[in-house]
Design a protein around this ligand. Structure first.
Ligand code: FE2
Length: 195
C-alpha cells in the first residue's frame, strides 16, 4: 500500500512565513515519497534476502527514518490547523500539567526544544502510569519513547527556522511555534491517550 501525503488547512502563521511553511510541506512530501520507494524496494529484496542482504539492511534502517519523518510532520502541521488557540484552563490537559509540572511545562518544553542539534521536542503521555514523558528525539529516530502516544511534536530541525530566523534563530522560532499553536488539538490528543 502506498502512503499519500496529507493536506493541511494551515492558516497564515505569525512569525513563520508562508514560504517556510511551503518548503517544509515539500520536505514532508519527500518523506512520504521516500517511504513508498523504500517499501516497494524491500518487497523486491525480500524475494532473495541472501543476495540482497547488504542493501536490505541499509533500507530497513532508512525505512523507519522516513516513516517517522512522515508521521511526525503530520502531527506537527495538524497543530496549526484551526488557528492559534490558548489552552483551556479547565481542561483535563491543564489539570494534568498542573499536577506534574506546576506552572513550568512550557518553559521546560522550550528548553528541550532549544537543545542543540536537529530533532524533535516531543511530549508523550504514558497512560499506564498516568504521567507525561517529555523527550528529545535526535533527528527523528534516536531517543523515542516508542510505545507512548505523542501529544505534542515540535520540529526543531534547522529547516523549520533557517529561512525566517537564520542558523541561530531556534529560540525565536520556538516562540513563534507556541504563538500559533492550537492547544485544542493537543487537548484532544491527551483525551484520546488518557481515556
Ligand atoms: Fe521538518
Amino acid at each position: 500500500m502506498q502512503y499519500e501525503p496529507k493536506t493541511f488547512q494551515i492558516p497564515t502563521l505569525d512569525g513563520i512565513s508562508q514560504k517556510s511553511v511551503d518548503e517544509h510541506l515539500g520536505l514532508y512530501q519527500g518523506y512520504v515519497k521516500n517511504f513508498n520507494t523504500i517499501a516497494a524496494k524491500l518487497v523486491e529484496y525480500a524475494a532473495d534476502t541472501e543476495k540482497n542482504a547488504h542493501a536490505l539492511s541499509e533500507l530497513i534502517r532508512r525505512k523507519s527514518f522516513e516513516f517517522d519523518g512522515m508521521r511526525l510532520h503530520e502531527l506537527y502541521f495538524e497543530q496549526f490547523e484551526g488557528g492559534a488557540h490558548a489552552i483551556n484552563p479547565d481542561s483535563a490537559l491543564s489539570e494534568a500539567f498542573k499536577k506534574e509540572y506546576h506552572e513550568y511545562f512550557e518553559p521546560y518544553f522550550r528548553a528541550i526544544a532549544n537543545m542543540r542539534g536537529p530533532g524533535w521536542a516531543i511530549l508523550y503521555y504514558d497512560p499506564q502510569c498516568k504521567q507525561f514523558q517529555a523527550g528529545f528525539a535526535g533527528e527523528q529516530h534516536q531517543g523515542h519513547f516508542v510505545s507512548l502516544p505523542v501529544i505534542l511534536a515540535l520540529d526543531v530541525w534547522e529547516h523549520a527556522f533557517l529561512l525566517d530566523y537564520g542558523a541561530q534563530g531556534k529560540g525565536k522560532y520556538v516562540e513563534a511555534f507556541f504563538k500559533n499553536l492550537n492547544w485544542s488539538v493537543i487537548e484532544k490528543r491527551f483525551a484520546a491517550a488518557s481515556a
